[in-house]
Design a binder for this molecule. Structure first.
Ligand SMILES: NC(=O)c1ccc[n+]([C@@H]2O[C@H](COP(=O)([O-])OP(=O)(O)OC[C@H]3O[C@@H](n4cnc5c(N)ncnc54)[C@H](O)[C@@H]3O)[C@@H](O)[C@H]2O)c1
Ligand SMILES: [Zn+2]
Length: 383
């Protein structure tokens, strides 16, 4: 548990059934030309009509950037930043999942000729915010709407790298269930497990503290009781909204605490093999939680007492229940649980281990120290 801790939150967060309408109030009399960041999948989902109508109603002229690829590399991010710089826009509205929001956040600190996105990889604190941001998440989700992080792939390192700078904490957030109402099951499941990973990693992290614990535990309570229905039942409005809240809370928990070995070891799976972020975390979650069980037993018992709460004989039984329940969610949501499906086999083990061990930024947060041999064995469990 950290002794000194801090809570850095987005400026204003709007939630609830009509939260989208706040777009008008946010823009009017402040911004003349907002740039909307989004992607083709979100356009195809048909959920942009309402936000576009509201932007128009505010009287502002909208500039559209919709060429953001999923899980972009830093070079692809730079291209978007360049097109934003040319646009002359004075505000950033990111409507999308983590990929879109991260590039919106990066653009808010990289719209300058003084440095490039590549420079921020090694020296993130160079970044200074020049444009304010509004985040409207459409997945539930990465929690990127709450965090100071932007994650980009770095092909030459075969890794995903987190650029972390508090300047990127968004100015405005809108959490409106309409934006995730039609999320396809596959995406809802993987992004929902990502939120679960954020919450449980932050709660069991060396960086956990009273601030992050409040948010992480509430996220866990909501996810344990809503994730399956939210993903499987298209009419489950309440459960989907609860997942959107949970993902945001888990993002706040990341900001105050930090993820651990699940995210660390999943970064090479995204960076080199392009496994979607939520799927790679779902794969690593069970093996790492089993590995961490003894070191985190008190935290797992606390989680059990909140999310289930029934009498049980021993701490071990409670901790095992939490881990089994996570396994049950992943199985029921039909998220791939093996690297074989992605053509990754034993011949890749050494390279994976080496790349995973490079993510010391997160591995140091893990309660049980992770050696290269441990990482190797953890990857072997999903081969
Ligand atoms: N900044 C952070 O704190 C943070 C935290 C976790 C993950 N991330 C990063 O976020 C990225 C992953 O984000 P993600 O998991 O939200 O997925 P994503 O943004 O990559 O989107 C995945 C796909 O879902 C589609 N999609 C999104 N919303 C939809 C909707 N409502 N309806 C239909 N389709 C929709 C998109 O078009 C895209 O094709 C990764 O790069 C990851 O590293 C960032
Ligand atoms: Zn994540």
């Amino acid at each position: 548990m950290l002794e000194d801790y801090k809570l850095k939150m987005p400026g204003v967060v709007h939630g609830g059934e009509h939260a989208l309408e706040k777009i008008i109030e946010i823009i009017t009399d402040k911004y003349k030309k907002p740039a909307v960041f989004t992607d083709k999948g979100i356009e195809a989902a048909g959920i942009l009509e309402e936000p576009f109508r509201l932007i128009k109603e505010s009287g502002a002229e909208m500039y559209l950037i919709d060429e953001i690829p999923p899980e972009p590399t830093y070079e692809q991010a730079q291209k978007v930043v360049d097109s934003f710089k040319e646009s002359g826009a004075d505000f950033i509205i990111a409507i999308g999942g983590g990929s879109v929001m991260d590039i919106g956040k990066l653009s808010s600190i990289a719209a300058t000729d003084d440095y490039r996105v590549k420079d921020l990889l090694d020296n993130p604190l160079l970044g200074k915010k020049t444009v304010k941001t509004l985040m409207i998440p459409t997945t539930a989700g990465t929690g990127a709407e709450a965090t100071p992080n932007a994650i980009v792939a770095v092909p030459e390192k075969e890794l995903k790298v987190g650029i972390v700078n508090e300047e990127m904490v968004p100015d405005y957030v809108i959490l409106d269930g309409r934006m995730t109402a039609r999320l396809p099951k596959k995406i809802a499941a993987a992004t929902g497990i990502d939120a679960l990973a954020h919450a449980i990693e932050c709660y069991t992290s060396n960086k956990a503290n009273p601030f992050s614990n409040i948010f992480a535990m509430e996220a866990l309570r909501l996810i344990f009781s809503n994730i399956e229905k939210a993903c499987e039942d298209s009419s489950a409005v309440k459960e989907k909204s609860n997942m959107l809240l949970a993902a945001f809370y888990a993002g706040v928990a990341i900001t105050a605490s930090g993820t651990t070995a699940v995210h660390a070891l999943s970064y090479p799976l995204g960076g080199k093999y392009h496994i979607p972020h939520g799927v790679s975390n779902a794969m690593m979650l069970l093996p790492v939680m089993e590995f961490n069980k003894e070191a985190c037993i008190d935290e797992l018992v606390e989680i059990y007492d909140v999310v289930e709460g029934k009498e049980k004989e021993s701490k071990e039984e409670k901790a095992a229940w939490v881990i089994d329940r996570i396994g049950e969610m992943i199985k029921r949501l039909e998220i791939p649980d093996s690297l074989n499906a992605y053509g990754i086999g034993h011949e890749d083990l050494e390279e994976l281990t080496k790349a995973g061990m490079e993510v010391q930024r997160l591995l140091v947060n893990n309660k049980r120290a992770v050696t290269a041999q441990d990482a190797r064995e953890l990857y072997l469990k999903i081969m």
